[in-house]
Design a protein around this ligand. Structure first.
Ligand code: 6PG
Length: 228
C-alpha cells in the first residue's frame, strides 16, 4: 500500500492508531517498535495529540535502532521519541524498552536488547535513508546477511557512526510493518525500492517491501505507478 497525502503526518499517525487497534482486537497487548531519525517527529507529535485514541497502558514500546550515544544526547532516537511522544502519553515507563546506546560494550548492549525483544513485533515502524538504508542496516553492510542474531552493532557512514540495530529476521517476523518516507531526497530510494530490481543488500529498505509504505507526495514523486 502506498499512501501519500498532503497531511502526511496525520495519515501516518492514523495508520499507526488503526494498526494498534487491529492488534488489540485480537491480542491483549501490542508491541510497537519506533523508528528514529527526523521524519517521524511530526508523526509522533500527531500521535501525542491523539493520545486519547490509543490505550497506552497496553503497549510495549521498542526501538528499531539507536545511535551509540547516551539517552540524553541530541542524537539519541530514544530522546527524540521521549520529546515528541513518550513524554506526553501514559505509557508505562517499564514498558518502554530502550536500547542502551551508552554502553561501551556494544555487543553486550545488542545481546541484552535481543533478550528484551519479543519473538515477533506486532508493529514495526521503519524509516528510509536517501541511500536506501533502513533502521541502521546500511547498503553493503555485513549485518544485512545476519540470519541468527536479532540485534547487532553496526556502523553508519554518517555520524553518529556507532549504531545498534535490529536485523533482517526481525523485519521479516514483524506482523505489521510501516515504512515512512517524506521529502524529495527519498524519492530515488523509494522508487528503486518499490519499482527496481530486488537486491536488499544494496537497498536494505527492500527487506520491508511487504510493509505499508507511507509516503508524502515528494517521496512518491518518482514512482511510475502510484496506487491509490
Ligand atoms: C536513524 C533511523 C534511520 C532513519 C533514516 C531516515 O537512527 O537515523 O533509524 O533508519 O529512519 O536514516 O532518517 P530521516 O527520517 O532523518 O530522514
Amino acid at each position: 500500500m502506498v499512501r501519500h497525502a498532503s497531511a502526511f503526518a496525520e495519515a501516518a499517525a492514523a495508520w499507526i492508531v488503526d494498526a494498534i487497534a487491529a492488534v488489540l482486537a485480537r491480542r491483549d497487548r501490542c508491541s510497537v517498535a519506533l523508528t528514529g531519525g527526523n521524519t517521524p517527529r511530526a508523526i509522533y507529535q500527531r500521535l501525542a495529540d491523539r493520545h486519547v485514541d490509543v490505550p497506552w497502558g497496553l503497549l510495549d514500546i521498542y526501538f528499531g535502532d539507536e545511535r551509540r550515544v547516551p539517552p540524553d544526547d541530541p542524537e539519541s532516537n530514544y530522546r527524540m521519541a521521549v520529546e515528541t511522544l513518550l513524554g506526553s502519553v501514559p505509557v508505562e515507563p517499564a514498558r518502554v524498552h530502550r536500547m542502551q546506546g551508552e554502553l561501551e560494550d556494544g555487543a553486550l548492549a545488542a545481546l541484552e536488547y535481543e533478550r528484551e525483544l519479543p519473538p515477533a513485533l506486532d508493529i514495526l515502524l521503519l524509516g528510509v535513508g536517501a541511500d536506501g538504508h533502513t533502521a541502521s542496516l546500511f547498503p553493503g553492510a555485513p549485518q544485512l546477511r545476519e540470519r541468527e542474531r536479532h540485534v547487532v552493532v553496526s556502523v553508519s557512514p554518517l555520524p553518529p557512526t556507532g549504531r545498534l540495530t535490529i536485523t533482517p529476521p526481525v523485519i521479516a517476523a514483524a506482523r505489521r510493518v510501516a515504512v515512512i518516507a517524506a521529502g524529495g531526497s527519498k524519492a530515488q530510494a523509494v522508487a528503486r525500492a518499490l519499482e527496481g530490481s530486488f537486491d536488499p543488500y544494496t537497498l536494505p529498505a527492500q527487506f520491508a517491501l511487504r510493509g505499508s509504505w507511507l509516503l508524502d507526495d515528494a517521496a512518491a514523486s518518482l514512482l511510475r505507478v502510484v496506487p491509490a
